[in-house]
Ligand binder design. Structure first.
Ligand SMILES: *Cc1c(COP(=O)(O)O)cnc(C)c1O
Length: 388
């Protein structure tokens, strides 16, 4: 892992994140989008991503889409949810809410199970919702809800979706490439992720991996010209090109990031490193007295939410600024009722980086004269809502 400096800090954020020097260097030339070399790069990118979704991947195809991850989520929802069909949205954080917002925008009817800031949806609740409204045809869930870091129970929900014949769509943005996802076993219609999460590329495109049959059926369904997954797929298969200007440099960087992903041992290798990062981070922070929002069963190897200390000397903005000065960018929390902050485990970082961070956190707390890092009682009450 290369050294980062205060001028060029480690991004302990869930994308954009810290990328390797080779990935950055891969962007130092220009490509013509129509040229054979770039077409070959696009083809490689698609086939390598499909190979990550488990053994029975031949039923699926990959469609890259320009824009940030949200563009790809919107493209997926607008393309695979038919115009008048009803969707059950399972929401427990900001990214679930964003799915709801997209459905409002594109005027697709939905039913919502909103669990608040972090609680996972239960199988019983989902069954009840489906019993109450048999007209529901689609279920949408977020795999790792990045706003808390919870890893949602996508396997359990997949079983119900399959039993009841519902289309199952997953926002696997922040977990894809690091947490194994077997699309065929989950019987899912489509999943979505982006370049700047666990594959460790730079931002600029997302991708949808969908059943080929679903892609065929998506013809003329999208609400949008530029976000039409079928049209992009069809054009790409026919010409090898993206429909509109592709982010050429981002694709080049992504191919280098994919090479490193492969060299690290693919999804399993990446999972292993991120898990080590998380374990070191959580253990070190607990030693400093911090408490996590989630316990082991729900903690993802992607990002961890910590409660802010109750001590009045602790001010998040000064904490943040001190860490930044020492070369680490962390992330504010997103809980409604209690103050928190988040630290990402993903990106081109290892446990040495986590150890450096822990030293800096310790010094910073001393500098701020924080005597105790214990969270307020309210925080622990909040956490106790989580069943095992
Ligand atoms: C990052 C992320 C997105 C996409 O966010 P963008 O800012 O549009 O890239 C969507 N869902 C989840 C779960 C994410 O982590």
């Amino acid at each position: 892992m290369q050294e980062q400096t205060p001028k060029d800090p480690y991004l302990l954020t869930p994308g954009p994140l810290t990328t390797s020097m080779q990935t950055k260097e891969a962007m130092l030339r220009d490509w013509g989008s129509w040229d054979g070399d770039f077409k070959a790069m696009t083809a490689t990118l698609r086939s390598e991503l499909i190979a990550m979704i488990g053994p029975n991947c031949q039923e699926y195809d990959c469609v890259p889409m320009q824009g940030s991850g949200t563009f790809a989520v919107e493209a997926m929802l607008g393309s695979f949810i038919t115009k008048n069909s009803k969707t059950l949205v399972l929401c427990n954080g900001a990214y679930g809410k964003r799915i709801v917002e997209i459905l409002d925008y594109i005027q697709r009817p939905y039913v919502l199970i909103d669990k608040g800031d972090f609680l996972p949806p239960s199988v019983e609740e989902v069954e009840d919702a489906l019993d109450q409204d048999p007209s529901i045809e689609n279920i949408v869930i977020v795999h790792c809800e990045t706003s808390s870091g919870i890893l949602n129970p996508i396997e359990e929900i997949a079983e119900i979706a399959h039993q009841r014949g519902k289309k199952y769509l997953i926002d696997s943005m922040s977990s894809f490439g690091a947490v194994q996802l077997d699309c065929a076993a989950l019987h899912c219609e489509a999943i979505v992720s982006s370049a700047n999460k666990c594959i460790e590329g730079v931002p600029g495109f997302g991708f949808i991996i969908a059943r080929k049959q679903a892609l065929e059926q998506a013809k003329d369904n999208s609400h949008s010209l530029s976000l039409d997954v079928y049209a992009q797929w069809h054009h790409m298969n026919k010409t090898g090109q993206w429909r509109f200007t592709p982010p050429t440099h981002v694709v080049a960087a992504f191919l280098q990031a994919l090479r490193q992903h492969r060299m690290e041992g693919g999804v399993q290798g990446r999972y292993h490193r991120y898990q080590q990062n998380r374990d070191r981070l959580v253990a070190g922070m607990r030693l400093l007295g911090f408490e996590t929002l989630l316990d082991k069963r729900w903690l993802s190897p992607i990002i961890v939410t910590f409660f802010q200390p109750e001590d009045s000397n602790f001010k998040f903005t000064s904490f943040y600024d001190c860490l930044k000065k020492k070369g680490f960018i962390i992330y504010p929390g997103k809980l409604t009722d209690v103050d928190s902050f988040r630290i990402g485990c993903i990106g081109h970082i290892d446990t040495n980086v986590i150890d450096q961070l822990l030293d800096v956190v310790k010094d910073t707390l001393a500098g701020m004269r924080v005597n105790t890092t214990k969270p307020p009682l309210k925080a622990l009450e909040e956490r106790s809502k989580l069943q095992h």
